[in-house]
Design a protein around this ligand. Structure first.
Ligand code: NAP
Ligand code: GCO
Length: 263
């Protein structure tokens, strides 16, 4: 195998959850460019239809499935349909995610549970659904989309940080439990990325926008495209001996305590 072939996803079936836009869309497109058959999921007919239309415009014949990833029965049914209609899933990217920015003492337990359900319980449900076939096939890749909040807290995102911190440890646990079956489970930890999830923080002049620019050594917000190279690496044979690792793609945020103010 040539060195570059190690990074090829030719002949692989990749399921990316929540891939109708944002980081999931960019990863799915990169996987298609690397040769994979793309299967995307969304929670609504409209988001799946819109996604498939956009993938087609990008020259990609993706397969789309509607499923609320927090619902175990729906997930089981979706995985069975994919295995029957497309093929056994070689690569699972647990990308679907939500955030609620509410001061903790004002957040209801229900709101907390909703975030943990999508951001942590769903990756558990999906991983549990795909691992048996990966074991039978003799290989598999699971990539969990973590976060800066897998390592750091900040005000108003208690549920999200608790979920993403848990997702880091779920990643390590799947690696520990299933590594012997040639299944690699790693995390991808984006920094602050320009998507709809962060749109509210990036409005011109928003204090958080200036804060993040100052807090990021790269001195810019990341883009979904910044995630694609690392995502292909973790999905490819080039990372077959990488397991339980969280690969942070953050422009250097986690490397620094921040810059001193200029004076
Ligand atoms: P986004 O544009 O809001 O995308 C989130 C996706 O999750 C949507 O496509 C949505 O699909 C899907 N989703 C939400 N709930 C779902 C459910 N119950 N069932 C199925 N799909 C569901 O956000 P993003 O920024 O691309 O985020 C993608 C991932 O990266 C998330 O896990 C997020 O936590 C993580 N992340 C983002 C950043 C950032 O700065 N943007 C940084 C670190 C980590 P539908 O529209 O079909 O509901
Ligand atoms: C926030 C942001 C972050 C990012 C991301 C950082 O409100 O702090 O939404 O949570 O989305 O998770 O890695």
């Amino acid at each position: 195998m040539s060195f570059t072939e190690k990074f090829s996803l030719k002949g692989k079936v990749a399921l990316i959850t929540g891939a109708s836009h944002g980081i999931g869309y960019a990863i799915a497109k990169a996987y298609a460019d690397a040769g994979a058959t793309i299967v995307v999921n969304g929670s609504r007919q409209s988001s799946v239809d819109g996604a498939l239309e956009n993938y087609k415009k990008d020259g990609i014949n993706a397969h789309g499935y509607i499923c609320n990833v927090t619902n175990e029965d729906q997930v089981q049914e979706m995985i069975e349909k994919i295995e029957h209609e497309v093929g056994v899933i070689d690569i699972l990217v647990n990308n679907a995610g939500i955030i609620k920015r509410i001061p903790m003492c004002e957040m209801t337990a229900e709101e907390f549970r909703e975030v943990v359900d999508v951001d942590l319980n769903a990756p558990f449900i999906l991983s549990k659904a795909v691992i048996p076939s990966m074991i039978k096939k003799g290989h598999g890749k699971i990539i969990n989309i973590c976060s800066m909040t897998s390592e750091l807290g900040r005000e108003t995102v208690s549920a999200y940080a608790a979920a993403k911190g848990g997702l880091k440890m779920l990643t390590k646990n799947i690696a520990s439990e299933y590594g012997e079956y040639n299944i690699q489970c790693n995390g991808l930890g984006p920094g602050y990325i320009e998507t709809s999830q962060t749109a509210a923080l990036r409005n011109e002049g928003h204090p958080f926008n200036d804060f993040i620019i100052g807090r990021t050594p790269a001195a810019r917000w990341g883009t979904p495209d910044d995630m694609t190279g690392p995502a292909v690496f973790l999905a490819s044979e080039a990372s077959d001996f990488v397991n339980g690792h969280i690969l942070y793609v953050d422009g250097g945020i986690l490397a620094t305590i921040g810059k001193q103010p200029k004076y």
